[in-house]
Unconditional design. Structure first.
Length: 630
């Protein structure tokens, strides 16, 4: 990376919008931003769609437009911060970083040994920026926060929208997550100030940034109007509270934004609309008088502007240098000749989509050119690259992630399940009759209820063999689940069964490699999308849900969801107990999952210090959810 911050490394532990916006600003300025994400899950915003980026063949990837808007220029590293090995890796990365950004709940990273004091022990001059809803102190310090609620709490919505007595009136939020964006901007400014301070003194710093503080901080003129007058600001729609005429006016064929900013501009405007007399009228000659007499002035202007089309007024007012504008849609704004001249919209090479569109930084530095050549990263795309580059050992107790759909992995030829060698047949038989059956034992150990474990095994057989779904589709749903959790045993059992049942071998191979499979059969395509999105996002897109319901009814939806839920637990349990492939070279006989399977993945890792209590016919799991759990 080039740019004025090319000497700065940022370890970004944040997610969603505010923190990622800050790190994207720093990345645009040339900083090496290492984005740490949860294995398998990644930044929450990856699944905040639709819409989603599509690959070169038009198939949906796993990255939403929301995620793509705030993660340009970064490298993604997948680490599990809840594990000792993951924490050690973060400390090792922090020791070679200049800045740490995080937006966990207050005290959360401290419990992982990754708080400010912990990381300063390995990097004394570290700059550590904590972004929270309400800051590190105060009665609301432990509360969660989102942009929408802070816009409301911080007073912004009270001055945004039409007055209550106008049709459609009432509080409104801003059309973009402005609190998150402004918080990210303040975070970037704070980091730059801390870097300057460090250059001068050698000292690092801790930045405590609260979204509510930011919102109150940029109430700007509205807050000051109240402080000097004692009058509560109220919603005025598009009318400026202090400068007039500034509003949206209707023309004969559209709408015009008028933004007169001083008395000279008003005089030119009055001449343009054929009412030069207004500039010499004592009621309108000065801005102070125009604000006081706005209702009457607004009526005069509205009547005059309705006499001509929008194009006429734009040309006339621009010629007289009276600030005005059409109300563009977003496509119109991006196509504006000034925006295109400034090259605000760029296409960046992308490993899955070919290219990805990006609205780039508005900063134009004369002596330090900014470059935009690194797209928003795939989940875990740079894990090996970064750890190897910085000499950090990859944690062995972090499960390999399921590749983002569309990611290309080294190809290993798929076996032909219908023409297997005797050696391969023996391996499969060993899997089915040997270690795989041992899942009942681990389930008993986990559930402390042998009777329930036996019922659970029978339930699995019903879901696999006795539902209204065709067998190949049940196997497909199980395969997606097994691949999601890198469950080597489940994969090999169900890959063979799925191909035997009629699934195309090339689609199974694509799934094994982590590439989006291609299905000529629409039923298979729908089941794949249903299983993939349910695994990845916890919900199913409306169109996919509708198609599955139309094919098999509500019962089919329940059955398909149950198959996925059941085999999720089975796949995770196999990995929890590290049940390997059968001894005797099975991994050499059968093509393994890329990245390996059978890694230690705790099925209960999302509930640290959990306690399992056996009941008569069920078990109860209790414990404290982690601070970063969604």
């Amino acid at each position: 990376m080039s740019g004025p911050l090319s000497h700065v490394r940022v370890l970004d532990l944040s997610r969603i919008m505010a923190g990622p916006w800050a790190s994207q600003v720093l990345a645009d300025l040339g900083a090496d931003v290492i984005k740490v994400e949860r294995p398998d899950v990644g930044d929450d915003t990856r699944t905040w769609g639709p819409p989603y980026l599509t690959d070169a063949e038009g198939r949906r990837t796993g990255d939403s437009g929301y995620y793509l808007s705030v993660n340009r220029g970064k490298r993604s590293v997948a680490l599990d911060l809840s594990t000792p090995a993951g924490q050690d890796a973060v400390r090792a990365l922090a020791a070679q970083s200049d800045v740490v950004l995080e937006n966990f709940k207050v005290g959360a990273l401290g419990r992982y040994g990754l708080g400010y004091s912990d990381l300063c022990a390995v990097k004394p001059d570290l700059i550590y920026c904590s972004i929270t809803g309400f800051g590190q102190t105060g009665p609301k310090r432990d509360n969660a926060a989102y942009d929408f609620m802070i816009q409301a709490m911080g007073g912004l919505m009270s001055v945004t929208g039409e007055p209550d007595n106008v049709a459609g009136g009432g509080p409104q939020k801003v059309g973009v997550p402005i609190v998150d964006i402004m918080t990210g901007m303040y975070a970037a400014v704070g980091v730059l100030a801390a870097l300057a301070h460090r250059d001068a003194t050698g000292e690092g710093d801790y930045i405590d940034l609260a979204m509510l503080d930011v919102q109150v901080g940029f109430l700007a003129n509205q807050a000051m109007n109240y402080l000097v007058s004692g009058k509560e600001p109220r919603r005025n729609g598009n009318k400026h509270p202090n400068i007039q005429p500034q509003d949206v006016f209707q023309c004969r064929d559209g709408y015009l934004v008028l933004a007169v900013g001083n008395d000279g501009q008003f005089r030119r405007f009055a001449k343009a609309i054929g009412r030069a007399d207004l500039a010499d009228d004592a009621d309108y000659a000065t801005n102070q008088q125009r604000v006081r007499n706005l209702p009457a002035l607004h009526a005069i202007i509205s009547a005059e502007l309705m006499r001509q089309d929008l194009a006429h007024w734009l040309a006339t007012l621009e010629e007289l240098m009276v600030p005005c504008a059409p109300i563009n849609t977003i496509p119109m704004a991006l196509a504006d000749e000034q925006v295109t001249h400034r090259k605000m919209l760029r296409e960046i090479a992308h490993p899955v989509a070919g290219t990805v569109p990006q609205i780039v930084s508005p900063l134009r530095l004369t002596n330090s050119t900014l470059t935009f050549d690194r797209p928003p990263p795939l989940l875990g795309e740079h894990t090996d690259e970064v750890l190897r580059e910085l000499g950090v050992t990859r944690p062995e107790d972090v499960a390999p992630i399921m590749p983002t759909p569309g990611r290309s992995l080294p190809r290993i030829p798929m076996f032909d399940a219908k023409s297997m060698t005797p050696e391969q047949e023996k391996v499969y038989e060993d899997i089915v009759t040997g270690p795989r059956r041992a899942v009942v034992g681990p389930l008993r150990a986990a559930l402390h209820n042998p009777k329930l474990a036996d019922r659970w095994q029978k339930f699995g057989a019903i879901l696999r063999y006795d539902t209204s779904l065709p067998p190949r589709l049940s196997e497909l749903a199980i395969l997606v689940t097994a691949r999601r959790w890198n469950a080597e045993l489940e994969w090999h059992v169900h890959a063979k069964a799925g191909i035997d049942a009629g699934l195309p071998a090339d689609a199974v191979e694509a799934l094994r490699q982590g590439r989006p499979p291609s299905f000529a059969d629409s039923e298979e395509a729908d089941v794949y999308e249903f299983a993939r999105t349910l695994q990845q996002a916890g919900n199913v897109p409306d169109d996919v849900y509708a198609r599955v319901t139309a094919r098999w009814g509500t019962v089919g939806v329940v059955e398909l969801s149950s198959v996925i839920g059941y085999y999720t637990l089975v796949s995770m349990t196999l990995n929890v107990h590290e049940i390997p492939l059968p001894a005797g070279g099975a991994a050499e006989v059968l093509p393994p999952l890329p990245g390996g399977g059978g890694a230690l993945v705790s099925a209960l890792s999302v509930v640290p210090q959990c306690r399992i209590t056996a009941k008569q016919d069920h078990c109860q799991i209790t414990g404290q959810a982690p601070d970063d759990a969604p």
